[in-house]
Design a protein around this ligand. Structure first.
Ligand code: TLP
Length: 350
């Protein structure tokens, strides 16, 4: 049975064209370095971001952690905003895998305060860890595309102190579309960039880490150390190549649909939508105060009732719902979702 799945763009399954490409992919053993399709994907990925080289990895989390491991030494400190994916959703991996400590910059949906960065940077002192890396994120998981002027400031500061910058660009193409820029313009302000094929681009699996040839050579060895030396990777890389060619140019449609969903939710008199975080394919909405406090609203009942009507959503996080649009979410499905939500509230809460 088909579900309308608004939990994330990670739920997207491969298109028929991807499945065909996978079936007929030319493959080899990638640990020996002889998988031509994987290599082609790495070359194209590097080129599209204006970097020298790239290495294919199983997931976005893997790519971010590989970058941290490759840039830093044990005991280093990493400067990062406290609401970045690496901090919130990667299981504390920087401490476990790389032995580094995270030091938080204030959260501001991806925007970094350069003054704060300068204050938190560690000068040489016997007591201090070395500041070994700065991590930024664009598009940000909070639904924003961060202006390039901000990463320019970060990169200038990092350059002046000789610290590398890693960009979690899981959705870099969403950011590029939202800002009306080339992905290269965003990538140029970082030494390494990770992006994902398995989100709005619909590939079943896979991300890539890009950077200088020297950095990627080192990262390739660390990938093996982390158990990410995959064999006939070309089968997956073939789907990712289709994702690069065919799916980036349609992301704008997901963004427009997110804005359409936001406006329909606003009109419903049930939700307040955060319009300051509506740059990409995500809608963040809170229940109106009176509904949440006076109506006997029961979240478990809400989610399971939607599920019975073939709709999947995530529970609230920080009192907020996140609804994500993607290739499989049409306007018709958005209308069905909003009408189903309205019916639930009319029956249960008003
Ligand atoms: N994000 C997922 C969840 O983990 C929250 C989602 O549904 O949005 N960086 C960013 C900015 C991400 O949003 C994600 C995934 C990742 C990294 C990790 O990618 P994967 O899931 O491939 O490890």
């Amino acid at each position: 049975m088909e579900y309308i799945d608004l939990r994330s763009d990670t739920v997207t399954v491969p298109t028929d064209e991807m499945l065909d490409a996978m079936r007929y992919a030319e493959v080899g053993d990638d640990v020996y370095g002889d998988d031509p399709t994987a290599r082609l994907l790495e070359e194209r990925s590097a080129e599209i971001l204006g970097k020298e080289d790239a290495v294919f990895v199983p997931s976005g989390t893997f790519g971010n952690q590989l970058a941290i491991m490759t840039h830093t030494s044990r005991g280093d400190e990493v400067l990062i905003s406290s609401d970045n994916h690496i901090v919130l959703y990667e299981v504390g991996a920087p401490a476990v895998l790389s032995g580094v400590q995270l030091r938080y910059l204030s959260k501001n949906s991806g925007i970094v305060d350069a003054g704060e960065l300068a204050r938190l940077f560690r000068a040489e002192d016997i007591h201090h860890p070395k500041t070994g890396l700065i991590c930024i994120e664009n598009a940000h998981t909070q639904g924003t595309a961060v202006d390039i002027a901000n990463s320019n400031e970060v990169y200038d500061f990092a350059f002046s102190r000789n610290i590398p910058v890693h960009l979690d660009g899981a959705r870099i193409f969403n950011a590029a579309v939202a800002l009306g820029k080339d992905a290269k313009d965003i990538a140029k302000n970082a030494d390494s960039v990770m992006f994902c094929f398995s989100k709005g681009l619909c590939a079943p699996v896979g991300s890539v880490l890009t950077g200088s040839s020297r950095f990627i050579k080192h990262a390739r060895k660390n990938r093996k150390l982390m158990g990410g030396g995959m064999r006939q990777t070309g089968y997956i890389a073939a789907a990712c190549l289709v994702a690069l060619e065919k799916m980036i140019c349609r992301l704008e449609e997901d963004h427009k649909n997110a804005r359409y969903l936001a406006s329909r939710l606003k009109d419903s008199a049930i939700f307040n939508v955060d319009e300051s975080r509506l740059d990409i394919n995500m809608v963040f909405a809170k229940l109106k105060k009176d509904i949440e406090s006076n109506s006997g609203f029961n979240e478990n009942k809400f989610i399971s009732s939607l599920y019975d009507d073939r709709i999947k959503i995530n529970p609230m996080h920080d009192s907020e719902y996140r609804f994500v649009t993607h290739y499989y979410i049409s306007r018709q499905k958005i209308d069905y979702f909003v009408e189903t939500v309205k019916k639930f509230f009319e029956k249960e809460c008003f």
